[in-house]
Design a protein around this ligand. Structure first.
Ligand SMILES: CC(C)(COP(=O)(O)OP(=O)(O)OC[C@H]1O[C@@H](n2cnc3c(N)ncnc32)[C@H](O)[C@@H]1OP(=O)(O)O)[C@@H](O)C(=O)NCCC(=O)NCCS
Length: 181
């Protein structure tokens, strides 16, 4: 796909419904066949809007979301903040990184990750991690950008046991420098 025109900016609570739209649609295209269909069918943009509104109302430096905006609408976003796993000192985490299907593979994911890294580095985080389903092809995206496989865990989604992999970037400044090249 050719390069889409887009701009990145920090998300505000007013973006909650646009983010919910991207989230629900990207889940349905990404996880078809990976996550039980009833879980994907039950995703609700209105409920997601409420969730993202609360998240964005509480955002601060190093914790929040960045959106990629195309000509007419938000086409992708990343959300990040402190690592949720215990024992990860000064480690940030990208909680979610989703693009609408039509905008994948043209460099927007890399730019969203880069903007998230800059925000977290500015807030004093020195490393970063991300959890990804073991069967999600996005693993190769994270490996391509230097993520090191650290650990795995099992989660249950809709009654099915799924494996998640944790990727770590031990030196956030190094990742930020790589991303600026
Ligand atoms: C994963 C995702 C965010 C990546 O964003 P993207 O815009 O498609 O990726 P980019 O075009 O920025 O790719 C950056 C680099 O990673 C590589 N890459 C991206 N996806 C890849 C894949 N699945 N396999 C191998 N390499 C990949 C690209 O070739 C590119 O390399 P280059 O810069 O050397 O040319 C996006 O594809 C997406 O939203 N996927 C569905 C949702 C998802 O799985 N999110 C992650 C949940 S943890």
């Amino acid at each position: 796909m050719g390069v889409a025109a887009f701009a990145l900016r920090r998300a505000s609570p007013a973006d909650a419904s646009a983010i919910a739209h991207v989230y629900v649609n990207s889940w349905r295209t990404t996880y078809r066949g990976l996550i039980p269909g009833q879980v994907l069918a039950a995703l609700d943009e209105l409920k997601q809007t409420g969730y993202w509104w609360r998240v964005l109302c509480e955002s601060s430096r190093g914790c929040g979301a960045v959106v990629a905006e195309g000509r007419f609408r938000v086409i992708g976003f990343s959300a990040f903040g402190p690592a949720r796993e215990e024992g990860f000192s000064r480690c940030g985490e990208v909680y979610t990184l989703y693009l609408l299907d039509a905008y994948q593979g043209c460099g927007i994911g890399r730019r969203l990750l880069s903007a998230s890294v800059d925000d977290m580095a500015g807030a004093g985080y020195t490393s970063m991690c991300v959890w990804v389903l073991a069967r999600n092809p996005a693993r190769e995206f994270y490996e391509h950008l230097g993520g090191v496989e650290l650990s795995s865990r099992d989660i249950r989604v809709g009654g099915r046991r799924l494996e998640e992999i944790c990727y770590l970037w031990p030196d956030l400044r190094r990742l930020a420098a790589l991303e600026r090249r």
